[in-house]
Design a binder for this molecule. Structure first.
Ligand code: 8YV
Length: 329
């Protein structure tokens, strides 16, 4: 690192407290109007920066990294998922990559539960009935019926930090916990959650009432929930995704929902974000959110703190705590 304050380019607007601290510590270049940077702007940024702080909206591809200047030594992602960064190319070019794990676990798990409940109990549909046009005609015993979640089977795809946080909440709501993961989790966690491990994703999907996607998006999980696997699900099952859109074949999902081959979907993420498959729009059985899973002010400040610690540690000549290696993705 140079014998001057390192140039840290932050691609999006961050909370005030985080930006102030970044300015104090580094030669921080901020994005005051918060526009999503174009590829050309990202190339310009990697040419100038010692450290780049991107977010999920910035594609730090091979083409971008190959144009980086000599000085770029660290990409400190403001986010947990690093599928926006070509970690392998960065590594080959001697550029370290870090992320912000741990601090958005609970917020994302809360949003997962919110989506499960919203879809099963028709929360958004119900709230839309009460509006300016006074369309609510009054209570009726057979109107706005959803489905009970208590006692139902929840299948969690990816039992990492977020999957386990979802499981803890869901267990408290009386759901039965099932999960598919590369490996079973530690026996003590399985015991605590009374969770059942399924080695076969297909076999699990076929038996679940609700499925929650909580694994990272890697080349190995792209379209993990493929059209043939989705077809195995019960016709009244619910799917919730707060991880990454690319993990589910969104087109197949939308077609099935339209054909009433699924009970409902709750999606916080989309395959071609910010574009959303048109077939999902205006379907009362789809609750759609604009990637808000970790959107709390507390979470964003914690993420910023992690980014700062990663940069500071790196600049001081140590291994940053949240280093991401190519073997991890
Ligand atoms: C963040 C996320 O908002 O951290 C992640 O992986 O998906 C989000 O919750 C976003 O990635 C910030 O870059």
């Amino acid at each position: 690192m140079p014998n001057r304050k390192p140039v840290v380019i932050i691609t999006r607007k961050l909370p005030e407290a985080v930006e102030t601290r970044l300015r104090e510590l580094f030669d921080a270049r901020l994005n005051d109007d918060d526009h999503a940077m174009s590829q050309a702007e990202l190339v310009e940024a990697v040419k100038q920066a010692d450290v780049l702080v991107p977010t999920v909206t910035d594609k730090i591809s091979k083409a971008v990294i190959m144009q980086a200047g000599e000085n770029l030594k660290l990409i400190a992602n403001f986010g947990n998922g690093v599928d926006n960064i070509d970690v392998e190319t960065a590594n080959l070019r001697g550029i370290s990559v870090t992320n912000t794990p741990g601090v958005l676990t609970e917020d994302t798990a809360d949003m997962t539960m919110a989506l499960i409940l919203a879809v099963a109990r028709r929360v958004i549909e119900g709230s839309q009935v009460i509006g300016d046009d006074n369309s609510w005609q009054g209570w009726s015993p057979t109107w706005m019926l959803g489905h009970r979640t208590y006692g139902k089977r929840l299948g969690i795809v990816g039992m990492g930090r977020i999957g386990q946080a979802v499981a803890r909440r869901a267990k408290a709501f009386g759901l039965q916990i099932h999960y598919n993961n590369r490996r079973p989790v530690h026996a003590s966690i399985e015991e605590e959650l009374e969770a059942t491990y399924w080695e076969s994703l297909g076999q699990m999907l076929a038996r679940m009432d609700i499925v929650s996607v909580n694994c990272p998006h890697t080349p190995g999980t792209y379209h993990l929930l493929s059209a043939p696997l989705l077809k195995l699900m019960k016709p009244d099952a619910i799917i919730v995704n707060t991880a990454r859109g690319e993990i589910i074949d969104e087109n197949a999902l939308a077609r099935m929902l339209e054909a009433n081959e699924l009970g409902g979907v709750g999606l916080d993420v989309f395959e071609h974000e910010p574009a959303v498959n048109r077939k999902l729009l205006n379907n009362p059985k789809a609750v759609l959110l604009p990637h808000m899973g970790s959107a709390t002010i507390e979470g964003r400040i914690d993420m910023g703190e992690k980014v700062i610690i990663n940069i500071k540690t790196f600049v001081d000549g140590h291994t940053p705590p949240d280093r991401v290696l190519p073997s991890m993705v």
